[in-house]
Design a protein around this ligand. Structure first.
Ligand SMILES: [Fe+2]
Ligand SMILES: [Fe+2]
Length: 317
């Protein structure tokens, strides 16, 4: 039952009781001080009844109503106060989101500046052509989106991680900056020491990029991914790669994708030590090395992306 219905019931009971009591009192008074004419009796009866019933009515109806009105005014004030606080909170939240957006834009700008700087340093050293850098980035991006469609490497390729992976791809051989030119540009066969020196570009790359690493870097951070790619792109699925001889899924997935993109481009390009292979030859070689050099899923992705690989090769030749 609502509070309002309850107070009406109380008021009605109080009023009936007051009228009954009033009538008894009036009858007593008229009997004691009477007799009067009927008109005088009626006037006295009415005046006394009103005098007895009025305070009861005020106490039973008006006071609770006034109390209800007060609490209504109070709750309206509280509602307005709550609305004001909610409005202020929304404004504050919007300002914070704007600040976060601004900070994210600034961070992204700084990242792009850093990447551009590292890329131009790498290109200045001229150990790879600009074409190789762009093509491997495109191949890796094609493979990554295809693998995402195939529901592979879900964690590594979630959200904006493909974009980040694509951004850092050009840095995969950044460590070659630390290799002497005489070794890097040697046209003839390499001695064991020279080969080892070139292989060290993976670890040198890791250490160059680690200089930009600070605090608790999360797994999806740009520098963390760049380090995985630079350090792991020469590892092989069967463990015969370098620098650590990692096996299968021990090799970071980002580096496994980079490996296919990098080797494909090396095969279809002319190098001082090798002729240019055709697309079919390169794909056949990569397929032959599935489960030996390359992650089988990345090879599957390549087979599904062949036409797009050919387009990139033609466009950025
Ligand atoms: Fe490399
Ligand atoms: Fe490369």
């Amino acid at each position: 039952m609502s509070a309002r219905r309850h107070s009406i019931k109380v008021a009605v009971v109080a009023l009936i009781t007051a009228i009954c009591v009033g009538e008894v009192v009036i009858m007593f008074l008229l009997d004691r001080f009477g007799p009067f004419t009927p008109i005088v009796e009626a006037v006295i009866d009415s005046v006394l009844l009103v005098a007895i019933a009025l305070p009861v009515v005020i106490a039973a109806i008006y006071k609770p109503m006034a109390r209800n009105l007060d609490s209504l005014i109070e709750s309206e004030f509280l509602v307005k106060e709550d609305e004001r606080i909610i409005r202020e909170d929304a404004i504050e939240r919007e300002a914070l989101l704007d600040e976060l957006d601004y900070a994210a834009t600034k961070i992204s700008e700084r990242e792009n500046q850093m990447l551009a700087l590292l890329n131009s340093l790498a290109l200045a050293k001229d150990y790879e052509t600009g074409g190789h850098v762009i093509r491997t980035q495109k191949y890796l991006t094609l493979l990554a989106y295809r693998l995402q469609e195939m529901d592979q490497f879900q964690e590594v390729l979630a959200g904006s991680k493909i974009e980040t992976l694509s951004k850092v791809a050009p840095l995969h051989d950044i460590g070659k900056m630390g290799i002497p030119d005489a070794v890097l540009r040697k046209a003839g066969a390499l001695s064991d020491d020279e080969r080892k020196s070139i292989e060290a570009h993976t670890l040198i790359g890791e250490s160059i990029l680690s200089a930009a690493e600070f605090g608790d870097m999360a797994d999806g951070d740009l520098i963390t991914i760049a380090i995985k790619v630079a350090g792991g792109h020469h590892e092989r699925w069967d463990g015969s790669g370098y620098p650590r001889g990692l096996v299968g899924e021990e090799i970071p997935a980002e580096a496994r994708i980079m490996a296919v993109a990098d080797v494909y481009d090396a095969l279809v390009s002319t190098r001082p030590y090798k002729r240019q292979w055709t697309h079919q030859e390169a794909v056949a070689e990569i397929v032959a090395k599935k489960n030996i050099h390359f992650d089988p899923w990345v090879v599957e992705a390549l087979l599904l992306e062949e036409q797009n690989f050919l387009k990139v090769a033609a466009e950025f030749a």
